[in-house]
Design a protein around this ligand. Structure first.
Ligand SMILES: CC(=O)N[C@H]1[C@@H](OP(=O)(O)OP(=O)(O)OC[C@H]2O[C@@H](n3ccc(=O)[nH]c3=O)[C@H](O)[C@@H]2O)O[C@H](CO)[C@@H](O)[C@@H]1O[C@H](C)C(=O)N[C@@H](C)C(=O)N[C@H](CCC(=O)O)C(=O)O
Ligand SMILES: Nc1ncnc2c1ncn2[C@@H]1O[C@H](COP(=O)(O)OP(=O)(O)OP(=O)(O)O)[C@@H](O)[C@H]1O
Length: 484
């Protein structure tokens, strides 16, 4: 693309803009490709302006910066390079957000789950749908791992382009407050913005100064979308939609909402744990959701309300929610016996408390929790996890989980310190594969077994190396060997 064409996307100052071809936009000097334009970003750790000369040495043919830099290629000055990168990227990738409908989800909890519910419903209605979020970028059979829940704006535009070119009609994206603060989703308008809930999180360090800033950042989404889908049971919803510029459609148990939930109940059959609830208001029907926990009524209602604005048929909403799975988040694995086996990402005390409490509500014959703890991480996490599992599970199976540079047996000793504060029953099986095998071989009818810690991860990290370890594959191998 011509530099002049690219620059139509932003306000800038430059002496003369030469007639240059730009092959890519790069904002990390280490990734410079010859013929690119290098964009200097001021970051949390360092200042990209320092790396402009290095980028030029490696072949950058123009630099976009907030202040003059000493290089012998054209320097384009603009006030905010992070914001500029968003608009430049949208221009560079041909404004992909015009080629598909983009749905953004913000909130402290429930973003990933709601995103996958949206995808399940939209795909049940026959619409190919991509997802960008904590689990990575997913469309069709493609899964790309990413560092952030909401990637850098250049990557967002690139992924949207890839999805549109692959025939996606929708992209559902998790929009973190940091992503909003850092202009990672600037440069286009969301068709829908979804709000799940708001509570304390992400305060301090390189994240938010205080709760007021956290809320202000979240509220930005409702100035960047056409319609906002809002949970009015959340006590903070009015703060979130202050200064909104979009239409609002509301949901909640509150009768004043446009879409109202009522009559929820937990449902369980072997291999299926979920919630059932009824909807009234704009639509009237009953939905079964294949992810346990009453809070999933909120996530499902949010997805239903959003899909109603998109005119998706009720049958697709019911089918999508009945089948939805989120990789590694209370993910059921089909088993031959009369028990339920789940893979979950819980790897600290808070998430373990949440998952075990949620599963307890289903009155299992026994709740079995298999878990380990990461090496080279604070020991307090191990004590706490041991204590939570000891208190809430009927049986804990203590094993390995990313031991890194530590000895698994030492980590297990730490977990036992917490375990011994309770009268919880436990066994130790340091090899994670063997621990899974033991859980399967010793399962009793009516048990709920949760393999905690790995979730969507497909490796074990030992001594600085990542060894393949996808629990779905491991379970299949164990089941095959048991058949023989
Ligand atoms: C604090 C923060 O948000 N950091 C993010 C930020 O990094 P940064 O810009 O501060 O990077 P930096 O290291 O200071 O470098 C500044 C600039 O110099 C460049 N550079 C640096 C070194 C060099 O040799 N050459 C060079 O050109 C860098 O590429 C960058 O452009 O931009 C990077 C690229 O977009 C992000 O990956 C990175 O996220 C880090 C990994 C992070 O942990 N962020 C968290 C706070 C975050 O964003 N979390 C949210 C919420 C998640 C949730 O909801 O739970 C998320 O969306 O993930
Ligand atoms: N609507 C909700 N209300 C309260 N808690 C929830 C809700 N949805 C999910 N949770 C809890 O939060 C955990 C994380 O859910 P999810 O991954 O969907 O949220 P997220 O917003 O994507 O979180 P993160 O920002 O940490 O990735 C779940 O395992 C569950 O315990």
């Amino acid at each position: 693309m011509k530099l002049k064409q690219l620059l139509t996307a932003i306000p800038y100052r430059a002496e003369n803009v030469p007639d240059l071809d730009i092959c890519d936009l790069v904002y990390d000097s280490r990734l410079t490709v010859p013929g690119c334009a290098f964009v200097c970003l001021r970051g949390a750790n360092s200042d990209g302006h320092k790396y402009a000369a290095m980028a030029v040495e490696k072949g950058a043919v123009a630099v976009i910066a907030e202040e003059p830099v000493d290089v012998d290629v054209p320097v384009i000055l603009t006030e905010n390079t992070r914001l500029a990168l968003a608009y430049l990227s949208a221009e560079f990738f041909g404004h992909p957000a015009n080629d598909l409908k983009v749905i953004g989800i913000t909130g402290t909890k429930g973003k990933t789950t709601t995103a996958f519910m949206m995808r399940a419903i939209l795909e049940a209605a026959g619409h190919k749908t991509g997802v960008i979020g904590t689990i990575g970028v997913l469309y069709g059979d493609t899964l790309i791992q990413t560092d952030n829940t909401t990637p850098e704006n250049y990557q967002v535009q690139k992924f949207l382009r890839q999805m549109a070119d692959a025939g996606c009609e929708y992209c559902v994206m998790e929009v973190s407050s940091i992503g909003l603060k850092d202009h990672r989703v600037a440069g286009f308008t969301f068709d829908l913005g979804l709000f799940t809930n708001f509570s304390e999180d992400h305060i301090g360090g390189a994240e938010h100064k205080d709760m007021a800033e956290y809320m202000a950042c979240k509220s930005l989404l409702f100035r960047m979308c056409r319609t906002g889908i809002i949970n009015i049971d959340d006590p903070n919803w009015q703060g979130i939609v202050r200064e909104h510029t979009c239409a609002l459609v509301t949901y909640g148990y509150d009768e004043a909402a446009d879409m109202v939930a009522h009559g929820d109940e937990l449902i369980t059959t072997p291999g299926f744990l979920g919630v059932r609830f009824s909807v009234s208001g704009k639509l009237n029907f009953t939905a079964d959701v294949a992810i346990p926990g009453k809070f999933n009524v909120y996530n499902a209602l949010c997805a239903i309300t959003a899909c109603s604005v998109l005119d998706i048929p009720v049958e697709a909403m019911q089918a999508g929610l009945r089948a939805v799975k989120v990789k590694g988040r209370v993910e059921p694995v089909e088993m031959p016996g009369d028990f339920t086996l789940l893979i979950d990402y819980a790897h600290n005390a808070v998430s373990m408390e949440s998952i075990l409490t949620t599963l307890r509500a289903y009155n299992p014959k026994r709740l079995v929790c298999m878990f380990g703890a990461g090496g080279n991480r604070p020991k307090v996490r191990r004590y706490e996890m041991g204590e939570v599992s000891g208190r809430l599970a009927d049986l804990s199976v203590i094993t390995a989980d990313n031991s890194r540079y530590e000895n698994v047996l030492d980590i297990i000793e730490d977990i036992k310190v917490g375990m011994h504060k309770t009268d919880g029953k436990y066994i130790e099986i340091p090899d994670r594969r063997e621990a899974i095998r033991w859980c399967i071989e010793n399962a009793q009818p009516g048990d709920i077994i949760v393999l905690a810690g790995k979730g969507h991860e497909d490796y074990q990290e030992i001594e600085g190396k990542k060894y393949p370890f996808d629990e779905r594959v491991v379970i299949r191998e164990i089941l095959d060997s048991l058949k023989k």
